[in-house]
Structures are given as structure tokens and as C-alpha cells.
Write a protein that binds this ligand. Sequence first.
Ligand SMILES: O=P(O)(O)OC[C@H]1O[C@](O)(COP(=O)(O)O)[C@@H](O)[C@@H]1O
Ligand SMILES: [Mg+2]
Ligand SMILES: [Mg+2]
Length: 340
Amino acid sequence: MGKINKTLGEFIIENQSSFAYSTGELSKLIHAIRLAAKVVNHEVNKAGLVDILGDAGDQNVQGEDQQKLDILANEKFIQTLKNREIVCGIASEEEDSFIEVNSHDELHQNKYVVLIDPLDGSSNIDVNVSVGTIFSVYRRVTPIGSPVTLEDFLQPGRNQVAAGYVVYGTSTMLVYTTGHGVNGFTLNPAIGTFYLSNPDMQFPEDGKIYSVNEGNYIHFPQGVKDYIKYCQEEDGDRPYTSRYIGSLVSDFHRNMIKGGIYMYPKSSKASNGKLRLLYECNPMAFLAEQAKGKASNGYERILDLQPTELHQRVPFFCGSRKMVEKAESFMAKHEAVEFK
Ligand SMILES: O=P(O)(O)OC[C@H]1O[C@](O)(COP(=O)(O)O)[C@@H](O)[C@@H]1O
Ligand SMILES: [Mg+2]
Ligand SMILES: [Mg+2]
């Protein structure tokens, strides 16, 4: 008889006990994310057949054109989390400020807040290239039963209790951590069940793939330019291969499996780069570290950064530990002079 793959449901139940304060609330939360992921997956897969491609004609708080699928995915995740009364607050790339989730009984006991990037890789939606969803979970810091505040969301990434992503690619996968390693589950679309397909995922310590939008090369800090040149030099196992999908989730996923580094540096055009600390960099950094990889802003550990705004951006270097350290060493050489 072939290898029996554990379902996500079975895995959640089995691993619930490994989580401190375990009341089953976090398990219910992961279940809800699984459900919303299946709903969004269904929409993504038939995107070309129904009128959900293209932009929605609105802009989000960051001045980016919202795609129709950005809005649909945002609605599906928020609705699913709200309806299950397992969170007390939600923040999203597509919402200006956080949403307080009130349950029917005044003093609801929900203790988690969730931050989401409902649709990651929006520029790839219309061209049938893989996209994703990213989520990050914290225990609230304000007293249970009291109104949720911004403070509950502006926590350093090291406080995350869970983080993960869904990649809607050649197959649909849910990859997440609760601080006990990283596991990947593949959706069997025929029966709508996620199965454990990639247990204990780990970044190879070193790699041969670098992912960066080289179209911004001339605007990059000298340290980044030097590291890209280093990746391209004929020497030993170099040149490395350049791979850039333009969806953070997909580039991260490939690099975690094959070994590689993803970079979205600051530049003379964007002094903090493009990616958002709270619902892109923190969750991917938590996953990276749990998978023996590394994540920094070129100088500091992402998970130790103290957030100050819901939608703040930070430079991002993430992937195989030795590659991130190498990039950081080039950055350190030029730290003093770079456009502070
Ligand atoms: O087109 P650029 O500037 O290279 O940016 C691509 C990056 O921006 C993102 O699309 C930003 O995420 P959103 O699509 O969620 O806004 C990342 O997924 C991706 O890595
Ligand atoms: Mg994104
Ligand atoms: Mg997005």
C-alpha cells in the first residue's frame, strides 16, 4: 500500500498539544485560513473565465491600484475569519486601518490578531503566473475583552505565534509554522483536501539562485550592486542563476526548496524598498528562520524590528543563511555612505 499522507486536519490536531496556551483557538484559526484558501484557490483557478481579472479601479492606502482579485481575496479571508469568531482583530494590505472583530457576547475571549496580504504578486494575476496569500498571527497585548488597539498589531516579528502562505501555482500549497518547524501541504483539488507533502521544510544552507528585480539595478545601494556582480562572476560555483517571478511567495517557495536568496533592497527611488514589514516581511522571516534560513533588512534581523506603522515598508533580504550573510557583508562595506 502506498505512503499515507497525513491530512492538514490530522496534522493540526496532532500538533495542537505542542503549542503553549493550547486551547484549540489557534487550530481553529488555521482551519479557517485553510477554508478561505480553498475558496480563493477556486476563484484564482477560473480567473480567466469570469470577470475577476484586471484592476478594480480603486487604490489601496499605499497608492497601489487594487486588482479585482486583491479585493475578492481580501473579502474572503476577512469574512471567513470574522464568521468564525476566532480573532479579535484583522489587518490587511487592502484595508487602510485594522478591523476590530466583535463577537456576539460583549466580552469575547478571542486573543489572536491576524495580519494578511490577501493576494501577493498582484502584477502576475492577469498573466497566469503563480500568486499567493501571506498571513501572520499574534497574541494580543491588550487585555482580553478590551477594545483591540494598534498596539496589538505593531509587535516585533519575534512575537508571532504562527505565520504562513498559500501559493496558487502549478499546485496549490499551504505552508506554515507555529514555531515548531515549517510544513507544506498540497491541495488535492479533486477532493478539496490538503495533504502533508513537504514535512519539515528547510532552506539549504547555501544556494545558487538569486532573485531580485534587476530592472532597478542602477538605483540600488553599492553594496547590493556589488553582491549582484558577485553572483554573476565566473568563479567556482558561480555565476548563480537569476530567477525572479515577481511574486514574493513563489520566489521564496522556490528558494526554500532549491537554495537561494530573495532581495527587495532600498533604492534611490524607494528609500525603504517596497515590501511591507507586518504582512510580508515578518511572516516570511519567521518561516525562513524556522526553516534554518535567514532574513534581514541588510543590517538588522527583520524579526527584531519594532514596527511603527501598519503599512510600513522595509528593505528585505531573505533565504539561504550563507547567501544572506554574504549579501550583508557587501552591504556592511558601504553602510556609512549609502543614502541614509
Ligand atoms: O514588480 P516589482 O517592483 O519587482 O515587485 C514585485 C514584488 O512586489 C510584490 O508583488 C508585492 O506584493 P503585492 O502584490 O501583495 O502588493 C511581491 O510579491 C513581489 O515580490
Ligand atoms: Mg505582497
Ligand atoms: Mg498583496
